[in-house]
Design a protein around this ligand. Structure first.
Ligand SMILES: *Cc1c(COP(=O)(O)O)cnc(C)c1O
Length: 341
């Protein structure tokens, strides 16, 4: 069976780098949503906790339940209303309506729109939202925002950060007036932390950089992150293929000279990218993929018992006009994950 290896030392390298940048491991929360960006929720939660991270961010209550023992605080980004949160979860609330529907005593984070125009209450709803949170007896653990342009060059990001500062001051002033303790504030994700490091927030939320990637363009300084995940596949069969032969669906796979071509047990059914067999495409070890990738099978000009299909998602992302997140998150949860040093 194809399998994934997860490098503990690379993960710890990335976590150290981010903890240093943001002002310490206590400020760092690791984003483990969507099966830890395809890496494996349980495995990454265990590693993060081993490193000393005490906070995690997940998509829903089900993911929070799976890792509740490993963390002190879990932030649930997209709460479902049909499940009870674990005691150590806080739910992100995005609108007055969501605040209104949330049960008393629930721990919450209020999300504020600082310019992304996607989720969160608007700045002029802040006092109404805070009043409603107080009157509904919710526990306000945090106030957060998410920036739209932290990996873009230009000054848009500066403006978003400025907006956040104003929002924070507005929230603080409102709560001070009522003698209510201040919540934690959180705005930066990976690119923000890599870009500005330590700002005056209590918590940062890092996903992609912990896994070893960023999506900055060339204008940014290179950052020494290390990819954590490798995807391996095993040989099913081998055959000698002649230049006159055609390999795979649509018969688009060809070889220039007589070559041993083997089939490996990985395909787009495992969430790997479906290469269409056009123009050259090589594995990270330089073996040529021959013809289209099928649902469960990939043919490669190799006779190795095992091959590596992916060790740097950015290479695949660039090749197929997408981003590293997209390549990683689709890797099927059914592929076995093995933690290595
Ligand atoms: C996914 C997500 C993050 C993490 O983003 P990265 O770019 O992977 O670090 C942080 N905050 C929120 C609200 C998110 O949805």
């Amino acid at each position: 069976m194809a399998y994934i290896t997860l490098s503990r030392s690379n993960y710890f390298h990335n976590l150290s780098l981010l903890a240093d940048k943001c002002g310490g491991v206590d400020k760092l929360s690791v984003v483990l949503k969507d099966n830890a960006y395809g890496h494996g929720l349980k495995e990454m939660a265990t590693l993060a906790s081993e490193f000393g991270v005490t906070k995690a961010v997940v998509r829903d209550e089900e993911e929070a339940l799976e890792i509740k023992e490993q963390f002190e605080d879990i932030l649930v980004l997209a709460p479902r209303t049909d499940t009870n949160p674990t005691d150590n979860s806080s739910l992100v609330l995005n609108s007055l309506e969501q605040i209104y529907k949330t049960k008393p005593k629930t721990k919450v984070y209020l999300k504020i729109d600082s310019g992304m125009r996607r989720n969160g209450i608007t700045a002029d709803e802040i006092s109404d939202a805070l009043k409603l949170i107080i009157s509904k007896a919710l526990v306000l653990k945090g106030v957060m925002t998410h920036f739209a342009t932290s990996d873009e060059s230009g000054d848009a990001f500066e403006m978003e950060m400025q907006r956040w500062l104003e929002i924070k001051n507005q929230v603080k002033a409102f709560l001070n007036e009522l003698n209510i303790p201040q919540p934690s504030f959180s705005s930066l994700a990976s690119h923000g932390v890599l870009r500005v490091g330590n700002i005056d927030d209590e918590i940062v939320r890092c996903g992609i950089a912990t896994y070893g990637y960023n999506e900055f363009d060339e204008s940014f300084k290179k950052i020494a992150l290390k990819p954590v995940l490798k995807l391996h596949a095993k040989r099913i069969t081998s055959r000698v293929v002649k230049p006159t032969d055609r390999v795979g669906y649509g018969k688009v796979g060809t070889v220039a000279i007589e070559t041993i071509v083997s089939s490996y047990d990985i395909g787009y059914g495992d969430g790997f990218f479906r290469y269409d067999g056009k123009s050259d495409f090589f594995t990270p070890e330089g073996d040529k993929i021959v013809g289209r990738i099928s649902m469960d099978i990939t043919s490669v000009a190799s006779d190795k018992d095992e091959i590596v299909l992916l060790d740097d998602a950015k290479v695949l992302a660039d090749r197929f006009s997408t981003i590293s997140y997209d390549i990683l998150v689709k890797l099927s949860p059914r592929i076995k994950r093995v933690v290595i040093d």
